[in-house]
Design a binder for this molecule. Structure first.
Ligand code: SF4
Ligand code: MG
Length: 338
């Protein structure tokens, strides 16, 4: 299988009066065609900024994608080097994005049918009539009943979950190769969340689109994603297949994330343990491991040197000094690791 996306050493900073915020500090990962990847981490870890860089939605200035970063799309195009105009075309026809809050991303004064049709007319040269028909087809695809009449309605006439379905219809209307969903279910209640995730999995199969889901909640991706990238303080700390990360996690931060979310396969009232402390200031990132101040396993070397990524097998890697051959053996928390 070929890669639809290769992100190599992505670095993104924001220039502020207080200094340069290094939001993304050398992120590398690949996404194969037709695959669903989850990027997981607490708020401020750089996961949204990473996805915005892929879509080139970083406002520059104050933002800056460092010139030695590479984002190879569909085998050849380096997103970092495209002009704004070229990028607008890629965004309209080859990438789609879904945001957390459908109410703020939908235009309240415009019929949903017209909002789906807009991109089709602009980027694919469809006639009004053809675009309207495609809008109805898209509403049907995302599971909205009576699409022929719904297409004439306004966003406020839809429930929260239905609005998110409309957003997905807009994002998929132009048949994008890559769909990026930033916290697509965070604003929804639990049952609707599950329905939207089911829908995304279903659409992945039907359309063959590659998907990136950004989320702070590791629990929601277990059934949808095939791969997981765990981010902390602007870096990837662990990267693997879904089973690697859920059943054989290697990084103490991943252990913390797993203990702080309800597991789908366990009883509801088990104790959830939040990760204590807060992420570091990215204006002056620590020179050692950025997780060290919060890590119960931190050693002297952790404060001094940032650990490199260690490859555990073909798909699984993690960046932690505990993986060094000379490191002391530690017991991972019992709640973690299948
Ligand atoms: Fe903890 Fe050290 Fe591993 Fe960082 S490198 S996660 S501080 S053990
Ligand atoms: Mg975010």
């Amino acid at each position: 299988m070929n890669n639809i996306l290769e992100v190599k050493d992505l670095k993104v900073s924001f220039h502020t009066y207080a200094g340069e915020v290094q939001a993304v500090r050398g992120v590398t990962f690949n996404l194969k065609k037709g695959e669903c990847l989850a990027i997981v981490g607490e708020s401020g870890c750089g996961k949204s900024v990473t996805s915005q860089a892929i879509m080139r939605l970083i406002q520059t200035p104050p933002g800056e994608i460092k010139a030695d970063s590479q984002i190879l799309f569909d085998g050849k195009t380096d997103i970092v080097k495209l002009t704004d105009r070229e990028m607008e075309n890629v965004r309209g026809s080859e990438m789609g994005m879904i945001f957390q809050d459908p109410m703020t991303s939908l235009n309240p004064t415009m019929k949903v049918g017209s909002q789906i049709a807009e991109g089709l007319i602009k980027h694919q040269g469809l006639s009004r009539q053809a675009a309207r028909e495609r809008a109805i087809e898209m509403l049907r695809l995302v599971g909205i009943p009576n699409p022929e009449s719904r297409v004439e309605q306004y966003p406020h006439q839809f429930s929260g979950g239905m609005r998110q379905r409309v957003m997905i219809a807009i994002a998929l209307a132009c048949n994008p190769k890559l769909l990026i969903a930033d916290e697509p279910t965070t604003a929804l209640d639990v049952t609707i969340q599950a329905q939207i995730l089911d829908l995304m999995r279903d659409l992945q199969e039907k359309t063959g689109a590659s998907i990136i889901i950004i989320t702070h909640d590791l629990g929601v991706v277990a059934d949808v994603a095939q791969k997981v990238v765990v981010m902390y303080a602007g870096k990837v700390v662990e990267n693997g297949l879904i089973d690697d990360v859920f059943y054989n996690p290697q990084h103490p931060y991943t252990w913390g994330l797993l203990r702080s979310v309800p597991r789908l396969d366990s009883s509801k009232d088990e104790d959830l343990i939040p990760i204590e402390g807060t992420p570091p200031d990215l204006i002056a990132p620590p020179k050692g491991c950025a997780f060290a101040p919060r890590c119960p396993y931190a050693m002297e070397i952790c404060m001094e040197q940032d650990p490199e990524m260690t490859k555990l097998d073909q798909n699984h890697s993690a960046a932690c000094w505990l993986l060094h051959p000379n490191a002391p053996k530690v017991e991972r928390p019992v709640e973690v690791g299948g």
